[in-house]
Design a protein around this ligand. Structure first.
Ligand code: ZN
Length: 266
């Protein structure tokens, strides 16, 4: 196994390149999440059309029934959101595992590959964030928020006697206003999976005993503190690969971890 590892400088270069490439991956994932979750806009517009008369106006006495129909929209947002985010987590994990094994020249068995990704997905889906919530809570919160805003827009439109042609752009606006939340959610879940995969890969392959944490380009306070901490007496910023507090120290974290070449192979 020693032959696959070269120098710490080479190892650092592998991780720097991986972080650059990962930046492109996470941007693609965010765009995908926004597009997929935004598909519900069409469903909402169709629902309004179903409730409108031929003149395109929705009668006031239909308001209560229409607002109850938003249950369906909210349920679609939840199920769609869950599928999209779990997909992103799985992709990030597999992508990271491939990048590490290719960069370091190691081969994992299919069983090892699956085991790493199962660990990562489970961690990402079940973890409690700094908000005290798990992934499904965050998706439900987002869906409920969109539903509440749709409800306000629809109720106000009907009271004013607006036709659906006037209401649909406002419905689109509701989704557009939530875009930043979807982007943030996609990014945070993806980054968590990416870093968890770095940790579980180290553990599974037994290649390294330690990781180094680097504060990101934003030099956020919690990350600078981590990068200066000497938790194990191995040097500042040196941690165990399974120290989960490195994986998502705060939202929009730009920090990253790299492997510390094991002295056993030197
Ligand atoms: Zn950070």
């Amino acid at each position: 196994m020693a032959k696959v590892l070269t120098t710490q400088a080479d190892m650092d270069a592998v991780f720097r390149k991986m972080e650059r490439d990962y930046g492109a991956l996470t941007k693609k994932q965010q765009a995908y999440a926004i597009k997929e979750i935004g598909r519900i806009r069409g469903e909402t517009a169709e629902m309004l059309a179903d409730f409108a008369d031929t003149d395109g106006v929705i009668k006031q006495q239909r308001t209560a029934r229409l607002l109850r129909e938003l249950d369906v929209i909210e349920a679609s947002l939840r199920s769609n959101g869950t599928i999209v985010l779990e997909g992103i987590i799985g992709d990030s994990s597999e992508w990271t595992t491939r990048a590490i094994t290719a960069g370091m020249g190691v081969t994992l068995s299919a069983t090892q590959f699956d085991r790493i990704n199962k660990h990562v997905v489970r961690y990402a889906v079940e973890r409690f964030g700094e908000d005290g919530l798990v992934l499904s809570d965050r998706v439900w919160g987002l869906s409920g928020g969109i539903r509440d805003e749709l409800s306000t827009v629809i109720r106000t439109g009907i009271i004013r006697g607006d036709g659906i042609n006037a209401m649909i752009p406002k419905i689109r606006k509701v989704y557009d206003n939530e875009t930043w939340k979807i982007r943030r959610l996609a990014r945070n879940e993806s980054v968590t999976a990416h870093r968890a995969a770095i940790g579980y890969n180290a553990q599974e392959s037994g290649l390294v005993k330690w990781v180094q944490f680097h504060a990101g380009v934003k030099k956020s306070k919690p990350c600078v503190a981590l990068s200066e901490e000497d938790r194990y007496g191995k040097g500042t910023g040196i941690f165990s690969p399974v120290d989960t507090d490195l994986w998502m120290p705060h939202v929009n974290c730009t920090g990253y971890s790299s492997y510390v070449l094991d002295e056993r192979w030197l």
